[in-house]
Design a protein around this ligand. Structure first.
Ligand code: NAD
Length: 372
């Protein structure tokens, strides 16, 4: 059994695995090959992968030829899919609700594809949950980026020249990324407030020492996986009304609000941006799924009436080495879970709750119920 890790597209900083994880695959009895330069952006040389027993492939095409399993962080290109052998197991983020073309190409190529986004949120699968491992680092990076951009300090400082007030940070959406954003901003000494539509979050916000902003938007629901359900237009309006004052008083707003499988809710309007003090900063962590902030753009810094709106689509890439380490571990944990040691094969049991949730295509068909 051979597993191949091709290099990511040039705009990706993270590497799919680091050598420590390559070694774990080898110890399991799986041959590992990586495309030359896989770890370049995270300062890991081919040599370090080789030392673990992995082989280095000069190009993708060679790697695909002999691979039983192919793993990446980002979705494959059509050219990649054409080069995969029938029966290959392909694992990466696939964005299957939006990437219909890729899903149908994977099915036609008779590739067994797994979408890391759809790993179910059950206890047994937590160690494979790459959405969470990356969102956690993204939340940290968002606050660091905001602190670099803001022209004031995060902590309060009492100096001989007078007292500097702490920065006021407002976190909108308190899932995995939001919780880490709160924790990071608190560690830096900011005064932090937060809001989420799921009422259960209030306790978590308070336990981190932040203040929960209470806004009455009526009944809200969450799915059995813990995801928020979409608000009605009227509820979004109530939320905006309730947030206006906090927004206008904040030096930094970090938005992380997402609704699984749907475009991100548009929460911060142009008016709300304009009500902020010049010099304030907004980081829109939902920018690549439509954006929580009016005017935010993928991979751009927008300056609007003195407010900087940051739309970095790959925040985990700002801490690429750690993000690579945890992503690789998520992959390893998934493969180890289904590895049949005796027969040295993957036990591809589609009745298993985890595989049922995240396998998208198998033996020429789209097998995932929600994607179908
Ligand atoms: P997510 O990325 O889908 O969304 C981020 C946050 O945005 C969520 O907290 C959501 O409630 C919030 N949100 C949605 N619409 C909003 C709006 N209009 N205004 C403000 N906030 C809005 O969520 P996530 O980070 O993946 O996590 C969601 C929950 O699932 C969290 O409580 C998390 O702890 C839990 N979780 C559980 C597991 C598990 O294995 N059991 C794994 C990961 C996460």
């Amino acid at each position: 059994m051979q597993i191949f890790f091709p290099k990511e597209e040039p705009n990706e900083i993270r590497a799919t695995i680091l050598p420590e994880v390559a070694k774990k695959f080898i110890d399991l009895g799986i041959e590992v090959s990586v495309e030359t330069g896989l770890g370049d952006n995270v300062f890991v040389s081919d040599e370090l992968y080789k030392e673990t027993g992995a082989s280095i492939c000069a190009n993708k095409a060679d790697g695909f030829k002999s691979a039983d399993i192919v793993c990446k962080i980002n979705k494959p290109t059509s050219e990649d899919i054409q080069q995969l052998n029938e029966g290959t197991i392909y694992i990466s983020f696939l964005d299957p609700f939006n990437e219909k073309q890729i899903v149908s190409e994977l099915a036609s190529a008779k590739v067994s594809s797994i979408s890391m986004e759809l790993v179910p949120r059950i206890t047994r699968a937590q160690k494979m949950d790459a959405l969470s491992s990356q969102a956690n680092l993204g939340g940290y990076a968002a606050v660091i980026e905001a602190s670099r951009t803001l022209s004031k300090s995060f902590p309060m400082m009492m100096t001989a020249a007078g007292t500097i007030s702490p920065a006021r940070v407002f976190v909108v959406g308190v899932g995995v990324a939001g919780l880490q954003a709160i924790a990071t901003a608190k560690r830096l000494g900011a005064r932090v407030e937060a809001f989420d539509t799921r009422p259960v979050v209030e306790e978590q916000v308070k336990s981190l020492g932040a203040k929960f902003v209470k806004i009455d938007i009526g009944e809200t629901e969450e799915t059995d996986q813990g995801y928020a359900k979409e608000l009605t237009e009227e509820q979004i309006k109530m939320q905006q009304e309730g947030m206006k004052k906090v927004c206008s008083q904040s030096d930094v707003i970090i938005t992380t609000a997402q609704v699984f499988g749907r475009p991100a809710p548009r929460i911060i309007t142009k008016d709300m941006v304009e009500a902020m003090q010049p010099g304030s900063v907004i980081v829109d962590m939902a920018v690549s799924t439509g954006g929580n902030v009016e005017g935010s753009k993928n991979d751009e810094y927008i300056f609007h009436e003195g407010v900087t709106i940051i739309g970095m689509s790959n925040l985990p890439g700002e801490v690429a080495k750690d993000a690579s380490q945890v992503f690789g571990s998520n992959l390893f944990n998934m493969i180890e879970e289904f590895w049949d040691k005796e027969n040295k094969v993957i036990n591809f049991d589609l009745n298993d709750e985890i595989l049922k949730g995240c396998v998208i295509t198998h033996q020429g068909n789209i097998v995932n119920e929600s994607v179908k």
